[in-house]
Design a protein around this ligand. Structure first.
Ligand SMILES: NC(=O)c1ccc[n+]([C@@H]2O[C@H](COP(=O)([O-])OP(=O)(O)OC[C@H]3O[C@@H](n4cnc5c(N)ncnc54)[C@H](O)[C@@H]3O)[C@@H](O)[C@H]2O)c1
Length: 307
């Protein structure tokens, strides 16, 4: 199958492209290299350095008979979305709609969308949050992901475009960018290995649901054949706090830093943990990598791949 992977030079998208190519698909990548890494681009993919907001993406659709779009290109920085909501709207909504318009005019059959569970539900009314939990995003990033989900509903309803929405919990693992504002595991691992003491925001008891990148890739493999339209959380239903992450990375890195706490981030969500029951029942997906193994693998990766 001809599959367009947007963001295919990034942390998650590049590993999805690798898996699709490994499964015999022809992969076309669009990435503007804003956070992408050249070495992550699979050499067997057709690569276009382009912005998803640009009209030029039409050329990619006319050159290749794309059957499926896997959309991972995005502005992923929550704080940047707060500081510059218009930029986030431009990339995350207008860029997505640009792809959707091209999908319709060129006969694409299906769209897989990387959405967010972690930034979609807000403080939970119940634990774990399932896909029916009220959506209360705390930042433009989550609002804009939610908006694209609505666009998908519209494109399905009006044009019959099939889609799968994958709402990720907090994804971590090899290739995650340690120099950004998000991804506490990558940031801590990078710092600890460079012998720089990381600062824990607040008391460090804030929890998240951390899902390992290879499990996220598997969900994207299953999503190709899944019958849409459908929306799934991709999560582990295990709550982990920041102090635990700090402790384990310290241990796997062979370092001996003690916890150092800074002021809490204003408005930071306290707890987040998501149900994966729906994707487990309907697609047979479940997380294969527990947090201990994932942290160990991530630390090993960062040890051997300095950035
Ligand atoms: N990492 C997580 O925990 C997480 C959680 C929920 C959802 N997601 C979603 O998964 C997707 C991938 O995230 P990631 O963590 O791999 O981030 P990433 O920054 O590594 O990947 C994003 C890729 O998109 C590219 N890109 C950005 N803007 C672009 C544009 N305008 N045109 C073309 N390419 C552009 C970047 O260069 C990069 O290669 C994003 O849609 C993100 O919102 C990630």
């Amino acid at each position: 199958m001809n599959i367009l992977v947007t963001g295919g030079a990034g942390f998650i998208g590049s590993q999805i492209a690798d898996a699709y190519i490994g499964n015999g698909h022809d992969v076309i990548i669009i990435d503007n290299m804003s956070t992408g890494v050249k070495e992550y681009i699979n050499p067997k993919a057709e690569f276009y350095e382009m912005d998803i907001c640009d009209d030029k993406i039409k050329e990619v659709f006319s050159k290749h008979k794309i059957e499926l779009i896997n959309h991972h290109a995005a502005q992923i920085d929550l704080r940047r979305s707060v500081e510059d909501p218009k930029f986030d709207i431009n990339v995350n909504i207008a860029g997505s709609v640009n792809l959707l318009q091209n999908a319709i005019t060129s006969g694409v059959k299906k769209f897989i969308f990387a959405s967010t569970g972690g930034a979609m539900y807000g403080e939970h009314d119940y634990f774990p949050a399932d896909e029916n939990h009220p959506t209360r995003p705390y930042a433009p990033y989550g609002i804009n992901k939610m908006c694209v989900e609505k666009y998908l509903y519209y494109y399905n309803h009006v044009y019959g475009l099939d889609y799968i929405v994958l709402r990720y919990a907090n994804v971590y693992g090899p290739r995650q960018n340690p120099h950004g504002e998000c991804g506490v595991i990558a940031i801590f691992t990078d710092k600890i290995l460079k012998e720089v003491e990381p600062l824990i925001n607040g008391d460090g008891k804030q929890t998240r649901d951390y899902v390992f990148v290879s499990d996220v890739v598997n969900a994207n493999v299953l999503a190709i054949e899944a019958k849409g339209p459908a929306t799934y959380n991709v999560a582990t239903t295990r709550e982990t706090d920041v102090n635990y992450i700090f402790d384990r990375i310290n241990h796997y890195a062979g370092m001996n830093f003690s916890e150092k706490h800074g002021p809490a981030k204003l408005g930071e969500q306290v707890r987040s943990v998501l149900s994966f029951e729906k994707i487990s029942t309907e697609l047979g997906w479940s997380p294969q990598t527990d947090i201990e193994t994932g942290l160990k693998l991530t630390t090993e990766y960062f040890k051997n791949n300095k950035r």
